[in-house]
Write a protein that binds this ligand. Sequence first.
Ligand SMILES: Cc1ncc(COP(=O)(O)O)c(C=O)c1O
Length: 396
Amino acid sequence: MQTARWVTVMKPSFIREILKVTAQPGVISFAGGLPAPELFPVPELVAAFADALAGSGRQLLQYSPTEGDPGLRAVLSERLTERRVPAGPDDILLTNGSQHGLDLVAKALIDPGDLVLVENPTYLGALQAFGPYGPRIQPVESDEEGMLPGALADAVARERPKLVYVMPTFQNPRGTSMGAARRTAIAAVCRQAAVAVVEDDPYGELRYRGEEQPGIRSFWDQAIYLGTFSKTLAPGLRLGWVTAPPALMGALKLGLQATCLHVGTLTQRVAAMVLSSADYPIHLARLRQEYGRRMSVMLGQMESAFPAGTRWSNPDGGLFIWVELPDGLQSLDLFHLAVAQKVAFVPGQPFFVGEGGDSMLRLNFSNSTPAQITEGMARLGRAIAQLTGAGAPLGT
Ligand SMILES: Cc1ncc(COP(=O)(O)O)c(C=O)c1O
């Protein structure tokens, strides 16, 4: 059987391959971007599913409109607007998670050969989502805050891109964020050139310190915004949304209809109920407190366990810390030593378009307990020391 050309061009996700290795017993894994299952609001979801089915079961088990539950879109509109991501209910389309949102945006905008500009490093899953539509993907020079507006302006002037993809808040993989000035500048470049810009924001509500920043939509109402319940409720719900200008909404809906008609009716209603409940702010506060604690434990342990010259990001939220090894040491070499020590992470290279990331790695702190983080950082510190040639032999 002859598959489509994109299948042969696309590589399987390196992270998924790593996750197979790390599923072995006894491995402390900082590799995936998984939330803590012990923090899923299971009793609240049990009650909401039961109430929804008992109250409106026949309606909620039926097909429903493509754009999604009006109640959920109304609650989301209020919450987003409060968070300075202005959006009316009709600007919101429910999706099966933001990965689906990335696919829909690409489906609506990209013809084969179109140019997509991304930060470097960037979210691997976005590259995978765009891939089947045949774009040329080019990295834009980036620093700790993400994409550099000057470099973006140059790229836009040189070669008209179709789409710009950014993660301004708690970027995956760096964990770092754009300040207000950077956001304004990125929005201005895209607005002036009328180039579509996507803000992907799965982590914005997981802030542990610092001030919340405005969304790109607050500087340009044509900006696209992707949100998800994966990190604040549970990824297994597969529920997220695209916020888009009216001119794009028709194409997004057509794309969604073509793949799946609409997102699960019952799940959307349950999400609306949970979001509107008095317990939700308590749930969010608990997530922030516990993830913030895990991040602090990781940062503190890195300070004491990592050899001199190792550097790392110091995020205000999200789920990741980005590490740079000393003396150009290779994170892939470290990966093999670390796995032998039963500790895992994602090497930096797969997050880069083109060259880069060889000395870097991404650590997740949400899916390990503070005790696992402490032990895992000690193991990783020993593995880095061994790689530098300064450490005691592993196993001691
Ligand atoms: C930046 C980014 N975008 C999108 C996604 C996909 O999330 P979802 O579970 O909503 O599909 C992730 C998942 O980790 C992510 O990190």
